[in-house]
Design a protein around this ligand. Sequence first.
Ligand code: FES
Length: 160
Amino acid sequence: MPEHQPRIDAAVRQALQRHADVEGSLMPVLQAVQAELGYVPQQAVAAVAQALNLSRAEVHGFLSFFEDLRDAPPARARLQICRAEACQALGARALEAFACAQLGIAMGEQSADGRIALEAVYCLGNCACAPSVRLGDEVYGRVTPQGLQELLAVISGSSP
Ligand code: FES
């Protein structure tokens, strides 16, 4: 759901009041907007660009360069699949392919309904039980495609 303009305006105004005067203010301003709204909406990009005397393209470029900054609301669930050595050796790539096919997205993307983001990670500290995935705060080991399908079903069935 798109953010309401008054809320965006307030977030941008606050961020600019706190950070606009410091050198290299674009990052702290965008971080502050994201901390308030969960992401940096298009309307905020325009307002920040104008306030800092930058083009929208410059702000967009900055936003897409830094992984920690988001231009879309975060997914409600994050499914992380381990890509480190032990998990790779025991089928993590097949799990990735399975998850991507099931969700119709690539690693690093989120589903169109905003329910789930698919992310690669490099070791979840569960190497003895590879391949491992994390859903929310929970780490699962010895995950098979069938087990992954069950996790995806839980997410799909979760209430919005
Ligand atoms: S290598 Fe995957 S959990 Fe450590």
